[in-house]
Write a protein that binds this ligand. Structure first.
Ligand SMILES: Nc1nc2c(c(=O)[nH]1)N[C@H]1C(S)=C(S)[C@@H](COP(=O)(O)O)O[C@H]1N2
Ligand SMILES: [Mo]
Length: 256
């Protein structure tokens, strides 16, 4: 497959969203104009071909950068200090008694101290964060793989989504986000407690925040208090799988 075709596919997938359910071929100019690709689509292997390409693209790594590329200033956006008294109490004691709850469709619900998250095998990555509001920043993140924590909790076969419940709210609506298992088990999906070689600052989501590097900024849930494995997300809060998805209709699959 040529670079050009790969690029086109990436653009296509990014634009439409894999989770939204299939490709809209008429919106696919660069690919549609390619006779080779169109004949593949017409063939009986059509569905398998497209499905495989989508899956392999979903598993690809986001670009990682060098120390020299790190942004001198990484903006904080959205909530920068949860208003709850619970959060204030944890912050006052530097999260010494704080626990990450892992529950829902798991065989072994967990309650994990911050020190235990810090002691797990760690991954560190320098990536670019892209906010839909029109800014980007390159930062370094460190923490355990989400897949490691989920393997300790042992997902039940009915688990389809991982939900991140956060400490902050907008009005009466708590911030939350959700991802599917492809992203949850992706090697770059981590629960970061370190940013740019220091403890994660409050404005950026202390004590831990999700990094799910193949998606846009609003999926990067800060102040994660509880991780819930679920079969469905349409029965949760306002039904669209995340605060911004519910509130203003942002795409649930925010692939980049
Ligand atoms: N809990 C929580 N997570 C959140 C937000 C928020 O307001 N609350 N804002 C989102 C948005 S829109 C972006 S761009 C990033 C901002 O992360 P930063 O503050 O570390 O730059 O966090 C995302 N995760
Ligand atoms: Mo954002």
């Amino acid at each position: 497959m040529t670079d050009k075709l790969l690029l086109s596919r990436r653009k296509l997938i990014g634009g439409l969203g894999v989770g939204a359910g299939g490709l809209i071929l008429s919106g696919c100019d660069a690919l549609g104009a390619n006779e080779g690709f169109r004949s593949v689509l017409r063939s009986g292997e059509d569905l398998t071909y497209r499905a495989q390409r989508l899956v392999s693209d979903r598993n690809a790594l986001a670009k990682e950068f060098e120390e020299a590329d790190m942004s001198p200033l990484f903006r904080a956006n959205g909530n920068i200090m949860p208003a709850s008294t619970d959060y204030a109490a944890h912050l006052a004691t530097n999260f010494a008694d704080w626990r990450l709850v892992v529950d829902g469709l798991v065989a072994r619900p967990l309650s994990v101290p911050l020190a235990a998250l810090m002691a797990m095998p760690q991954r560190s990555q320098i990536t670019r964060h892209d906010c839909v509001e029109g800014w980007s920043a390159i930062g370094k993140w460190q923490g355990p793989n989400l897949s490691h924590i989920l393997s300790l909790a042992r997902l039940l076969p009915s688990a389809r989504y991982i939900v991140f419940h956060c400490a902050d709210s907008f009005g009466s609506h708590p911030y939350y986000e959700s991802i599917d298992l492809v992203d949850a088990l992706h090697p770059q999906s981590i629960l970061a407690w370190r940013m740019n070689d220091a403890a994660l600052p409050v404005a950026h989501g202390a004590p831990i925040r999700l990094r799910v590097e193949r998606q846009l900024g609003y999926k990067q849930a800060k102040y994660v208090m509880r991780i819930e494995a679920r079969e469905r997300i349409d029965t949760l809060y306002r039904g669209k799988g995340g605060f911004w998805e519910d509130d203003v209709g942002y795409q649930w699959y925010a692939g980049i």
